[in-house]
Ligand binder design. Structure first.
Ligand code: PMP
Length: 361
């Protein structure tokens, strides 16, 4: 067996120990005589799995008791609609557009009301987090941000001051890569397929009072996307993604057992620092994001030409370094260094970059 150095932006590398545990439990999950994929979602063993997954996440993130944890399918993309459907009560929300994903969310929200762009860095090709307005209109239903822009590689260290307006954050590509003060937000959500598990599960963490009255657009909100219904049903309105919930539970335990989110952040920072240092000193490669806003997850860079970029990506694969091609929107390269990507993978990438640069003076 040989495993590659996998820098995929998602679905992405999972901890090897978790994969091994899943393999060991595949044919007979703890004496049930079946795998988790074959089990009723209403059975006692699965109830234990989903309860433990939620409890572990609550401990890890320190989620306050007045927040509900919901498990959805449909990817982070379905939440682009679910958020305005549930929360846009007065018909107007503010969007900070820092890249591809917040732009998509804003465009989707426009179907349900006035999705106002209150800050954008599009004019500099999303090479940074936009400057937030000093204050926001207190009549807005919420202010929306994407903490880590997976395609362009920028990341927010701070969030807008929104006064009494709830802050909503897409944290898909930095989920559990560092501590996050959930109480600062009305809603936080993440597709899990980068840092936490396999594709097909999105976790929504939402403050009780925002969902107590049911969805803002109750007339058209699909029952499945009604946050209050899902909260009341324990994410079991219909069949959930049992397998993904099970794997996420294991990943949450792995994070806890390896020191929690503070330790994870330190490891992630230590992992990407040499990459950014190399890019700053290189005369062939350059980073695409201003230093203050560089992501700790998605390191985006390029050479002076698309042809050379392609040559780099091809040569990488020959060394077992895969998925370093940039997103199709922007080209160049992207090394996604999520939690489960080991430092050895970054060492291998750095040594290849140095060889490549030496052979392309
Ligand atoms: N938000 C962010 C920040 C993402 O990186 C992605 C996917 N790469 C999405 C949303 C969309 O996620 P999904 O494919 O799960 O719909």
């Amino acid at each position: 067996m040989s495993r590659v150095y996998n820098f995929s932006a998602g679905p992405a590398a999972l901890p090897e120990t978790v994969l091994r545990e899943c393999a060991a439990e595949m044919l007979d999950y703890r004496g049930t005589g079946m795998s988790v994929m074959e089990m009723s979602h209403r059975s006692a063993p699965f109830k234990k799995i989903i309860d433990d997954t939620e409890a572990t996440l609550r401990r890890l993130m320190g989620i306050p008791d007045n927040y509900r944890v919901l498990f959805f399918m449909g990817g982070a993309t379905l939440q682009f609609a679910a958020i305005p459907l549930n929360l846009m009560r007065n018909g107007r929300a503010g969007y900070v557009v820092s890249g591809n994903w917040s732009q998509k969310a804003q465009r989707e929200a426009k179907k349900y009301g006035d999705a106002v762009v209150i800050a954008s860095s599009e004019d500099t090709s999303f090479d940074r987090v936009p400057t937030f307005p000093a204050s926001v209109d207190q009549d807005l239903d919420y202010v929306y941000v994407c903490q880590n822009e997976t395609v362009f590689g920028n990341m927010m260290r701070e969030f807008p001051q929104t006064g009494g307006v709830p802050l909503v954050a897409d944290v898909s590509s930095c989920f559990l890569s560092a501590p996050l003060d959930v109480s600062r937000f009305g809603l936080v959500y993440a597709g899990v397929q980068k840092n936490a598990g396999p594709a097909g599960l999105t976790i929504v963490i939402v403050r009780d009072d925002l969902i107590a009255d049911g969805p803002a657009h109750a007339d058209i909100c699909p029952t499945y996307l009604d946050y209050r219904v899902e909260a009341d049903k324990g994410s079991m309105l219909n069949t959930p993604n049992c397998w993904a919930i099970y794997v996420c539970g294991k990943v949450f335990h792995w994070i806890e057992d390896t020191g929690g989110l503070q330790a994870m952040e330190e490891r992630n920072r230590a992992k990407v620092r040499p990459l950014y240092d190399y890019l700053d000193g290189s005369s062939l490669f350059h980073g695409t994001v201003v230093p203050a806003d560089r992501s700790i997850a998605n390191v985006t860079f390029r050479t002076p030409s698309p042809e050379l970029d392609a040559e780099f990506v091809e040569g990488a694969a020959e060394r077992g370094i895969v998925n370093v091609k940039g997103h199709r929107l922007v080209g160049g390269m992207r090394a996604s260094c999520y939690n489960a990507v080991p430092p050895e993978a970054v060492d291998a990438l750095l040594s290849y970059m140095a060889d490549f640069e030496a052979s392309h003076p």
